[in-house]
Design a protein around this ligand. Structure first.
Ligand code: ADP
Ligand code: ADP
Ligand code: ZN
Length: 214
């Protein structure tokens, strides 16, 4: 099963992807995570991507599609959840090629529909465990024991440098201009489902599960 989660920054793609990984033995392929790893490692791709990401703009199609191709080769046949990719029509075309070359196909494109006004608060309150990467939020998802990760017990957390209000506005504009046009491509194939991303996290997960079980 290969699934794309689509939605603007803060829609809940990463949160839901982590849950689907646990439920269905799928691999999460997040181009944002791959790019942040490249930045941290100081690779040529990371050096090129860093300034673009700090501004909230999109990294080049060639870079992200190459990253996805490499990671898909290391992904088991049970399938992948694409989180934050494709983000342009050109990336959608590349993904078709990448999947076809590997004898795989897309099963579902799930759009998380959200109210833009809520996204700034979601993003500025977001943080993750520095050790296992589990996502949290200052208001909406706190660890059960304050300061201790529910999943791995780590006491270190981190915030992304691009999760500030100014960059979020640019990222939303990029989404509207370049990523929203990806949806009609998949709508024409009849594989798009919509979920209310403003609902509680568990309700969103249940809605996605209902779609996957169809
Ligand atoms: P994305 O990957 O789409 O950018 P995230 O999954 O990282 O978004 O979610 C952004 C922030 O909002 C996180 O801190 C997360 O805990 C929180 N969040 C995600 N889904 C919901 C929800 N349904 N209701 C409230 N907060 C949410
Ligand atoms: P979010 O879901 O919160 O928008 P991501 O972690 O998916 O954040 O992406 C962070 C940044 O990494 C983006 O603002 C962009 O600069 C870059 N990026 C991630 N995925 C892509 C992609 N598929 N194409 C181009 N740039 C990307
Ligand atoms: Zn952890």
């Amino acid at each position: 099963m290969n699934i794309i989660l689509l939605g603007p920054p803060g829609a809940g793609k990463g949160t839901q992807a982590q849950r689907l990984v646990d439920l269905h033995h799928l691999r999460q392929l997040s181009t944002g995570d791959m790019l942040r790893a490249a930045v941290k490692a100081g690779t040529p791709v990371g050096i090129e991507a860093k300034a673009v990401m700090d501004r909230g703009e999109l990294v080049s199609d060639a870079i992200v599609s190459a990253l996805i191709g490499e990671e898909l080769d290391a992904t088991p046949e049970t399938g992948a959840i694409f989180d934050g990719y494709p983000r342009t029509a050109a990336q959608a075309a590349s993904l078709d090629d990448i999947l076809t070359q590997r004898g795989r196909k897309l099963d579902h494109v799930i759009e998380l529909e959200v109210d833009e006004d809520a996204l700034v608060e979601r993003i500025t309150g977001r943080y993750t465990c520095a050790s296992c990467g589990k996502g949290y939020h200052d208001r909406f998802e706190q660890p059960r024991e304050p300061g201790v990760c529910d999943r791995c017990g780590s006491t270190e957390f981190k915030r992304r440098p691009d999760d500030n209000e100014e960059t979020v506005r640019t990222r939303m504009a990029e989404y509207r201009a370049k990523t929203a046009p990806v949806l009609p491509i998949y709508e024409a194939r009849g594989i798009v489902s919509r979920v209310d991303g403003m609902a509680e996290m568990d309700v969103v997960t249940a809605s996605i599960e209902a779609i996957l079980g169809q």
